[in-house]
Design a protein around this ligand. Structure first.
Ligand code: 16G
Length: 171
């Protein structure tokens, strides 16, 4: 299903935020090149197939994303053990429509399953969604499994009647 985010910060105030994530050992920040050594790819492996990505491949992809712009890979680190425990990516699509606006997509949201119950999913999704709004996106969209619809709805995403079907062509 596809959901869109349309809460404004004025009406939507999460108790936790990137600036004060709730625990002093937690940091929310952009992905860094050195995060290869902090378990970033292992974390993504909890979402889907990652494959055998080497350090060189990771660094080249990191550089490409930086150079092309429009990729905001955001992570949560447990600084006590120097490991990443959550991640979400905002990608920005350039548009002609809506006065040459931009559209945000929420991608690759994952939280280490041993950190359940700390609202880290909420923390990372809200952070990235507000970033999309700050960057001028006219909407932010995501695709998710049916069982996650309720979770995203609590964070301000909506199924749009007649307009909420995700379709894929797999290669
Ligand atoms: C989910 C993710 C999507 C990710 C995909 C990977 C969110 C909101 N959605 O749909 O971003 O790329 O899973 O699954 O995180 P796949 O390997 O089957 O494409």
């Amino acid at each position: 299903k596809r959901l869109n985010f349309d809460k404004s910060p004025a009406t939507f105030k999460p108790k936790i935020s990137a600036a004060s994530p709730g625990e002093d050992w937690m940091v929310v920040r952009p992905l860094q090149r050195s995060d290869f050594d902090k378990g970033f790819l292992q974390l993504l492996g909890q979402l889907t197939s990652v494959g055998n990505v080497t350090r060189k491949q990771f660094e080249e992809r990191f550089t490409k994303m930086k150079q092309s712009g429009g990729y905001y890979v955001t992570v949560i680190e447990d600084t006590r053990i120097s490991k990443l425990i959550g991640a979400a990516t905002l990608t920005i699509e350039q548009k002609f429509i809506h006065n040459c606006s931009v559209r945000g997509r929420l991608e690759d949201v994952v939280v280490n399953d041993t950190y359940r119950g700390k609202q880290l999913g909420k923390l990372i999704v809200v952070t990235v969604s507000l970033l999309a709004q700050e960057l001028g996106c006219y909407k932010m969209s995501l695709d998710c499994k049916d069982k996650l619809i309720k979770f995203y709805e609590t964070l301000g995403y909506k199924l749009e009647p007649g307009n909420s079907n995700a379709m894929n062509m797999r290669f």
